[in-house]
Design a protein around this ligand. Structure first.
Ligand code: HEM
Length: 234
């Protein structure tokens, strides 16, 4: 009896899905929706800053005790962090591989570059890169405090005020938040199409939902730096 060789082996179901473009788009849609859910919760949580330091810092403390005593201290937070990291990596790798495929599939190198990639595609690629860089900066700024000049662990209210008391803090966050809005607007629509939610009757409602989500996220996130800059929150 001949031994099975590597080439005889059938690829696993997961491998077949991941290798197909539809599979990669599905991974992007699902991971994108997970991140979107996180963003909505994070934006709503940030609005607690309007209720003062005690409430905002208390909320940050609660995030660490969530699920206790069933879960150990900070475990719920770490579960969320692991899910988010997996989602970010899967989203970025699938996006990179799909764009490589797209470039390879182009018929000729002589066609005008601008005509080949649509405005939406370019915005999504650049927006994705800006957001990936922002997330690294943001975690170093407000979670670990590595790039924050006066970081105080356990005092996120004061840390946020300090961040938005510098011009570059405001520029970085406002640019990132605008990128979030643009990314969510197109990304939500694309995810809905990939997951089969699109149809002639539903497309209008999906577009309205995508625009509303993008607007609510942008306004909600941007309200914090604007409130600090104008002295509403201090
Ligand atoms: C003006 C806008 C924002 C403010 C004021 C803000 C505020 C904060 C604060 C205070 C923390 C630390 C929480 C803690 O340690 O308890 C944090 C963590 C975080 N934020 Fe934001 N954030 C903003 C926008 C964003 C955006 C746009 C994203 C994603 C694109 C994001 C993603 C994250 C992530 C991934 C963490 C780390 C969570 C962790 O593991 O501790 N944030 N944010």
């Amino acid at each position: 009896m001949a031994l099975a060789t590597r080439t005889d082996r059938r690829p696993s179901f997961a491998r077949t899905v991941w290798d197909s473009s539809v599979g990669k788009k599905t991974v992007m849609a699902v991971s994108g929706l997970i991140m979107l859910l996180y963003l909505v919760v994070h934006m709503l949580g940030n609005l607690k800053i309007f209720f003062g330091a005690a409430e905002f810092d208390g909320y940050a403390h609660w995030l660490r005790t969530l699920g206790e005593p069933f879960l150990h201290h900070e475990w719920a937070l770490w579960i969320v962090r692991v899910v988010l990291v997996v989602a970010v990596v899967a989203h970025a790798v699938a996006a990179y591989q799909l764009s490589r495929r797209d470039i390879k599939a182009r018929p000729s190198k002589y066609v005008h570059k601008k005509a080949r990639t649509s405005y939406a595609t370019r915005t999504m690629r650049w927006g994705g890169i800006i957001l990936a860089l922002f997330i690294v900066w943001h975690v170093l700024d407000l979670t670990t405090g590595t790039v924050h000049p006066d970081f105080q662990a356990g005092h996120p209210y004061q840390n946020v005020i300090d961040t938005f008391s510098t011009w570059y803090g405001n520029v970085i966050y406002i640019v990132a938040v605008l990128a979030v809005g643009l990314h969510v607007r197109h990304g939500f629509w694309s995810a809905a199409q990939t997951l089969g939610a699109g149809s002639r009757t539903r497309d209008r409602a999906l577009k309205i939902t995508a625009n509303a989500l993008a607007l609510v996220l942008t306004v909600g996130f941007v309200s914090v730096p604007v409130a600090v800059m104008t002295g509403v929150v201090s």
